[in-house]
Ligand binder design. Sequence first.
Ligand SMILES: [Zn+2]
Length: 300
Amino acid sequence: MTLFSDADILLRERQINESGAPQDRKRMEKRKLNALIALCESPNCRRQTLLAAFGEASKPCGNCDICDGKWALFNGAVAAQKLMSAIHRTSGRFFSGHLANLLAGRATEAIRRHGHDLLPTFGVGKEFKPAEWRSIFHQLHAADLIVQDQEDRDRWILTGAGRAVLKGEAPLTLRGEIPLSGGRKAGVLHTLEEIAVAQAEDLVPPSEAFTPVKPGGETAPLTANQNRLLAALKAKRLEVAREQKQPAFIIFHDKVLIEMARRRPKTNEDMRAIPGIGADKMARHGAVFLKVIANCDGDS
Ligand SMILES: [Zn+2]
């Protein structure tokens, strides 16, 4: 159920901008438009979302397209972190279309005019198309992770809930752009697998959304035994990623797996000492990966 196309949204925005109405009025119209888009993009039950907009709590209806599971859902924490970083870097002054181009690495005229092609966030979100980033933006808005600050010319800012997701303290489920209906279902699952494979090989660590890549500082290459373990760890990561239909780097970054191969942790404590393995990752994946390490022959 797509109520809006991007063209509709852009047309309505242009109408508002060119209406000749006072600034206050334009901002109010844009807020109304955004609230409506958010409603359509919600990853939660349609009925629940609609009633929530009127301040009424309800349970998922079990009948709408979302409840029916027609949309691919994915762990959206990293995508949200990238988008929030882009909002922060641009002082909250830009809307979904511009941020989508920024993240997808499209050096449009507007991106270059603002020097946004020079930001560390430029192109860190190539795993999604601009249209998908626009959808993610609207979903973050729908989930109240980002709001417009009416005291400051409707600048986009993070809410408390948004900051919790940014810091990795709260989980976030998002909805994919493509409805999983009919013959397209197989195609989408195939694409998800491709994403997992590609990212296992060639991933952009989410941390790079926040810090520019520093050249140099390379550590010693792995030994043959460590490389064998690394291959086993990557295979396990791919298996887990496919099971959970998530990009591989959501499970563990390459950097973390390399460190695992280097240190060969034997206990939970050893594992937790590796940078990038927090309590949450440990609880989810620690045991499985410790087992891979225990079962892999060869000393370090
Ligand atoms: Zn529903």
